[in-house]
Design a binder for this molecule. Structure first.
Ligand code: NAD
Length: 446
C-alpha cells in the first residue's frame, strides 16, 4: 500500500520504517529540511534501538523516502498519516496548529480519495476539526474528492519503539466508516498474523483511549511516589512494599517503580492536556491534577536529599550525575527530571560532571557550553573528584557499578539514587551514605 507520513519525529519515523519493513511504500514528509537531508544521507536524528538499520535497509530498497515536498507526499499515499507534534499550549492544552496545518496541506493538494489518519495524540474532537478543515479547503478549491478521517493513536514506548510498532499490544482504530476501516485493516494486516490486535471503535473513544492510557500509567507512577514518600517518613522500605503489592495480579509489577518523577514528551503533556480538556467542559479532573502535582514535587526529591546532606549552599561542590535522558534507551531529554535537578544544582552553586550513554549530544544542544556543566566521556570519568554521585536515569550500565572504584574516586562516599538501583544495607556496610527514594534506611542513617 502507498502510505504518506507527515512528521518524521519519534512516532512518524518509527511508524514509517516499520510499515516500509513489511512491504508498504512509505513517503515521509517533514518541514525540517535539515532532518530530511540527513535522513536521505542515512543519518538518523534520534536514538532508538534497532531504528537505524531498519531505516537504512528500507531507504536503500526504495520503500522509504524522505522529502519536504508536501504536494508529492499528498500525491503518493492513499493513506495520509498525521504524526506531527502536539506540544502544550500556554495553558497546557494540546496545541493543534501543526496537525491542522497538515490537514490544510493535504486538502490543498489531494486529487484522489484519501484516508487521513490522526496518529498524533490529539484531544477528543480533533478528527472532527481535521475533517472540517479538509472539507472547507476542498470547497474553496471547488474540488470534490472523497476522504475519511480516522483516529489511530500510537502507544509506542520510546526506548522500545521499533519493537512496540512491530508487535503492538493493540491497534486502536477509531472510525465509523466501513471503507476506511477496511483500508486500515489491510494496512495493519501484517501485524495481526499471530493474533488479532485491532480494536475498532468510534473516533472520539479512540482519541480518549490514548489519553486514558497515558494518564493511567502516570497515575501509577505518582501513586507509587506518594507511597514512597510515606514509606520514607514512616521508616518503611518502598521496595519491599513494591514487591509486596506487585505480586497481586490485579496490581502487577509494571509501572510501580518509585523514582525521581516521570518525564518525556508524553506523560506530562498528556496529563496536562486532559486536565485542560476536562476544565473546558466544566469537569474538575481531581485525580489527574493530583498526579501532576505529585510528579512536579517528585522531580525535586533528589535536590531535597542533596540539601539534607550538604546544606543549602553548594558553592565549591561538584556533583557527578549519571543519567540525563528522561528514561533509559533514549536520548530524549524532554521534561527529564535531570533538567530540574541541574537547574537546582546550578542555582545552589554546584558544578556538575555528567554522563549519559546516549543523551550527551542532546544535553549539549540544550545547555550549550557552560562552566558549571562538564560532559564526561564515561561514567567512571564523571566521578573523579566529585562530592557525591547522583543517579537520575536507570540505564542498564549503572546497575552494577564497581563500588570500590566509586568510593576511591569520590571525595565523599555519598550516593543519591533517584531510581533505587542499589541495596541500601549493602552500601551502608561499605561505608556509603546512601539516599534512595522511599527507603526508611536513608533516614535511619541520620
Ligand atoms: N514520542 C513518543 O513516545 C510518542 C508516543 C506516542 C504518541 N506520541 C504523539 O505523537 C505525536 C508526535 O510526537 P513525536 O515525539 O514524534 O514528535 P517530534 O517532535 O519528535 O516530531 C514531530 C515532527 O513533525 C514535524 N512537523 C511539524 N510540522 C509539520 C508539517 N506541517 N508537516 C510535516 N512535518 C511537520 C517536525 O519537524 C518534527 O520532525 C505527538 O502528538 C505525540 O504526543 C508520541
Amino acid at each position: 500500500m502507498k502510505v504518506t507520513v507527515f512528521g518524521v519525529g519519534y512516532v512518524g519515523l518509527v511508524q514509517a520504517s516499520v510499515l516500509a519493513d513489511v512491504g508498504h511504500e512509505v513517503c515521509c514528509v517533514d518541514v525540517d529540511q535539515d532532518k530530511v537531508d540527513r535522513l536521505n544521507q542515512g543519518l538518523i536524528p534520534i536514538y532508538e534501538p534497532g531504528l537505524e538499520p531498519m531505516v537504512r535497509h528500507n531507504h536503500d530498497a526504495g520503500r522509504l523516502t524522505f522529502t519536504t515536498d508536501a504536494a508529492a507526499g499528498v500525491h503518493h499515499g492513499k493513506v495520509q498519516f498525521i504524526a506531527v507534534g502536539t506540544p502544550p499550549d500556554e495553558d497546557g492544552s494540546a496545541d493543534l496548529q501543526y496537525v491542522l496545518a497538515v490537514a490544510d496541506t493535504i486538502a490543498r493538494h489531494m486529487d484522489s480519495p484519501k484516508v487521513v489518519v490522526d496518529k498524533s495524540t490529539v484531544p477528543v474532537g480533533t478528527a472532527d476539526k481535521v475533517r472540517q478543515r479538509i472539507a472547507s479547503v476542498l470547497k474553496e478549491r471547488g474540488a470534490d474528492v472523497a476522504f475519511q478521517v480516522v483516529s489511530n493513536p500510537e502507544f509506542l514506548k520510546e526506548g522500545a519503539a521499533v519493537a512496540d510498532c512491530m508487535r503492538p499490544d493493540r491497534i486502536v482504530i477509531g472510525s465509523d466508516d466501513e471503507v476506511a476501516i477496511e483500508v486500515m485493516r489491510e494496512l495493519y494486516e501484517p501485524f495481526n498474523r499471530q493474533q488479532e490486535r485491532t480494536v475498532i471503535m468510534d473516533v472520539r473513544s479512540a482519541e480518549l483511549t490514548k489519553y486514558a492510557a497515558n494518564c493511567m500509567l502516570a497515575t501509577k507512577i505518582s501513586f507509587m511516589n506518594e507511597m514512597a514518600n510515606l514509606a520514607e517518613k514512616l521508616g518503611a522500605d518502598i521496595e519491599a512494599v513494591r514487591r509486596g503489592i506487585g505480586s497481586d495480579p490485579r496490581i502487577g509489577y509494571h509501572f510501580i517503580y518509585p523514582g525521581c518523577g516521570y518525564g518525556g514528551s508524553c506523560f506530562p503533556k498528556d496529563v496536562q492536556a486532559l486536565i485542560r480538556a476536562a476544565d473546558g467542559i466544566g469537569h474538575d479532573a481531581k485525580i489527574l491534577k493530583a498526579v501532576e502535582q505529585v510528579n512536579d514535587d517528585q522531580k525535586t526529591v533528589l535536590m531535597r536529599n542533596i540539601r539534607r546532606h550538604f546544606g543549602d549552599d553548594l558553592k565549591g561542590r561538584t556533583i557527578a550525575l549519571w543519567g540525563l535522558a528522561f528514561k533509559p534507551n533514549t536520548d530524549d531529554m524532554r521534561e527529564a527530571p535531570s533538567r530540574v535537578l541541574l537547574a537546582a544544582l546550578w542555582e545552589a552553586g554546584a558544578r556538575v560532571q555528567a554522563y549519559d550513554p546516549e543523551a550527551m549530544e542532546e544535553t549539549q544542544r540544550i545547555f550549550g557550553h557552560r562552566d558549571n556543566l562538564v560532559l564526561m566521556g564515561t561514567k567512571e570519568a564523571a566521578l573523579k573528584g566529585a562530592d557525591a554521585l547522583v543517579i537520575c536515569t536507570e540505564w542498564q550500565a549503572f546497575r552494577a557499578p564497581d563500588f570500590d572504584f566509586i568510593q576511591q574516586e569520590l571525595r565523599q562516599p555519598v550516593i543519591f539514587d533517584g531510581r533505587n538501583l542499589y541495596d541500601p544495607e549493602r552500601l551502608a556496610k561499605r561505608g556509603f551514605h546512601y539516599y534512595g527514594i522511599g527507603r526508611g534506611l536513608s533516614i535511619n542513617q541520620e
